[in-house]
Write a protein that binds this ligand. Structure first.
Ligand code: MN
Length: 673
């Protein structure tokens, strides 16, 4: 039973009747009859689908979903978002029309509710549904909803207006009929075929006019006006000429909505003239078709078509729909986009609720992380999880219109580089990047400081001395950094080598080193003995970076002397066909010599690991000349180092140390093929 005491069935039947007036198709009318079943009975959408087909089921589902949206606020800006949310949730325009019919009948029978509930529903109807009806161009539903809303929101005004209009009615009707007769005669004289009707303003628009212009009822002159339905667009203008030749137009009151239609496709000529006995009368002149659009809106365009056969006119309707919801993006392929019934106007936005009931608009595909950043950067940075409609979801969950989103935060938590791959909004992206940049700088500073200080120590220098060092300015200039801290960061990033940097402050040692390296190829001091050959140019290959202890072999290059590879160097396969250029060599370690070795470390992606691994390397007496961290999609990170290694034993020790660091999965020497 309804509150009125009538059988509940009367409601769905009345809703279905309204849908027939809108001339909707049979699935819509069926869905109108069934619209409350999913919510108010034990019938499931699946059962409806089985009994009545998937289209009816989808429509009922759509109406049910809109019914679940809770309107918590009366603010205007929120109302617009609610309207958008409704439109975005109803992928099919018929869902909105069924919902409008539902609301219209509920408003017609609102007298059976408590005054509080009446006010609440009426306000919501005025804010959301009357506006939607207007946007969809359905003038009669808009007018009826507005009048019903006025009745419950301002009963004093409503009934007062009723009395006044009633009192003036006879007098007004008599006057209008007099005008109509004159117009009819005059149009016939000029050979125009047209239908001339009187029309009265609905209460809410009278009320709006009084409010807007701050005038009493008696000064609202156009309580009734005249509508002329012409047989062609061309004749609308001709008839306008006849009216203006009968009576003088009021300046500024002429509107050509035929030449420039309203955004809801409304077309008509409007003019106000000083009519019989000096009274102002408004004329609306339009064709039958324009009149239909003014009253029925989208429903006037309702046609059944095979998919893919969208003509210019339908295109216009959908353009209109797009416009009325302030479609902002340029759709490249409107034909593809406008699958006839499917008005996926918000293909790329979703509307979700904050815990306070506000609505946020986000691009489609947005995740809880995007939502968190849309609230506040700190909430984004500290976001550890999310609840959607009370249920915990993964952070890569894609938000859907109507979702109520709550973010769980942890002040100790930090943004993750992988987030960049799942977030959708520019805001979230730039905030995460910003954070990573700051964090990377911090880590680079740590690593750089470590490398730099070791290098300084080797040169018997310390950082404090550098601040006053005469070569400071020269060094900063050469590496294009403003101060020592930035130089350290550059070293940590691997942009500048600690060697190079310290060489500027303490060049003597460099000369010595250069001498060593010059001598290196020429004698046994290089650390390699060559059987039977003396005085030959030797270089250690860059592909396998041999260290003392490796099994090695020499390869006689053309013009670059003897190149030393490890026996298991991946390049040996290629060199193999030149066996006669191979030469046996062995280590002669009379002198400790640092050899650069590439070490690649696979770790969990946790903050601080780069610093921990770096310190494991340096505590095993190895110098890091380059360090680089790369995060992978699988929540792991790869840390690449170039480390100065004395010999194989030393290398083993370093790798062992690295593997002892918590979070390290694997460490290996890199050989390039
Ligand atoms: Mn209902």
């Amino acid at each position: 039973m309804r509150h009125s005491g009538e059988p509940y069935l009367t409601h769905p039947i009345e809703v279905a009747k309204i849908l027939t007036i809108l001339k909707l198709d049979s699935p819509s009318i069926a869905a109108g009859l069934l619209h409350d079943t999913a919510e108010d009975s034990k019938i499931s959408i699946e059962e409806i689908s089985k009994e009545f087909g998937p289209t009816v089921a989808q429509l009922v589902d759509g109406v049910t979903n809109i019914g679940k949206i809770v309107f918590k606020t009366k603010e205007e800006r929120q109302a617009e978002n609610f309207r958008k949310m409704i439109l975005s949730m109803s992928k099919d325009i018929r869902v909105i029309l069924i919902k409008l019919a539902d609301r219209l009948h509920n408003m017609r029978t609102l007298q059976h509710h408590t005054p509080e509930k009446q006010q609440w529903i009426a306000q919501e109807t005025l804010d959301i549904y009357a506006t939607l009806a207007n946007r969809l161009g359905i003038g009669w539903i808009k007018a009826e909803l507005e009048d019903l809303c006025l009745r419950y929101l301002r009963p004093d005004v409503y009934f007062d207006l009723g009395d006044r209009v009633e009192k003036k009615k006879d007098e007004r009707e008599k006057y209008i009929n007099e005008v109509i007769e004159i117009v009819k005669r005059s149009l016939a004289e000029h050979g125009f075929k047209a239908d001339v009707q009187g029309r009265s303003k609905h209460f809410y628009s009278i009320y709006q006019k009084m409010q807007k212009q701050g005038i009493p009822f008696d000064e609202v002159y156009d309580l009734a006006g005249i509508r002329i339905i012409a047989d062609s667009k061309f004749n609308c203008y001709g008839i306008l000429g006849v009216i203006h030749s009968l009576w003088s137009p009021v300046p500024g009151k002429f509107k050509d909505y035929i030449g420039v239609p309203k955004s809801n496709l409304y077309q008509s000529l409007h003019t106000t003239v000083i009519c019989l006995r000096g009274e102002r009368v408004e004329f609306q002149i339009r064709t039958e078709e324009m009149n239909k659009i003014a009253e029925e809106g989208i429903a006037a365009h309702w046609k059944y078509k095979e998919k893919g056969q969208i003509d210019e006119r339908d295109r216009m309707v959908f353009d209109w729909l797009r416009q009325l919801v302030e479609w902002q993006q340029d759709t490249k392929d409107s034909m593809e986009f406008l699958d006839f019934f499917k008005v996926d106007m918000f293909a790329d936005v979703v509307y979700v609720f904050t815990p306070k009931g506000d609505i946020r608009e986000l691009p489609k595909g947005s995740t809880p992380i995007d939502f968190a950043y849309s609230i506040h950067s700190d909430i984004g940075n500290q976001c550890v999880g999310s609840k959607i409609n009370g249920k915990i979801v993964p952070l890569r969950y894609q938000l859907r219109s109507g979702d109520a989103v709550a973010i769980m935060t942890d002040p100790k938590h930090m943004p993750h580089r992988d987030w960049l791959k799942i977030v959708k909004t520019q805001r979230a992206k730039s905030r995460i990047k910003q954070w990573i940049k700051v964090e990377e700088r911090r880590r680079s500073f740590e690593i750089g400081k470590n490398i730099f200080e070791r290098e300084l120590k080797r040169h018997n220098l310390n950082q404090n001395e550098l601040q006053r060092h005469p070569k400071l300015a020269e060094a900063l200039k050469q590496f294009n950094v403003p101060n020592i801290d930035e130089l350290i960061v550059a070293i940590g990033y691997g942009k500048v080598s600690a060697h190079q940097a310290v060489n500027i402050f303490s060049p003597e040692k460099v000369v010595q080193e250069k001498e060593v390296s010059k001598k290196r190829p020429k004698s046994a001091k290089v650390g390699v003995k060559i059987k039977g050959i003396d005085d030959i140019l030797v270089q250690f290959s860059k592909c396998c970076n041999p260290v003392p202890g490796d099994r090695i072999i020499g390869f006689i290059t053309r013009g670059r002397g003897l190149s030393i590879h490890t026996k298991d160097c991946p390049n040996m396969d290629q060199l193999d066909y030149n066996r006669d250029r191979m030469i046996d060599v062995e280590w002669d370690v009379t002198e400790k010599q640092a050899h650069p070795v590439e070490i690649s470390v696979l770790t969990l992606d946790k903050p601080g690991l780069l610093a921990n691994v770096s310190s494991a390397i340096t505590t095993s007496d190895a110098n890091i000349s380059h360090a680089e961290a790369t995060t992978r999609e699988d929540k792991k990170a790869v840390l690449d180092f170039v480390v100065d290694i004395n010999d194989l034993e030393h290398l083993k020790k370093v790798i062992e140390k690295i593997q002892q660091v918590e979070g390290v999965l694997n460490a290996r020497r890199v050989r390039r093929g």
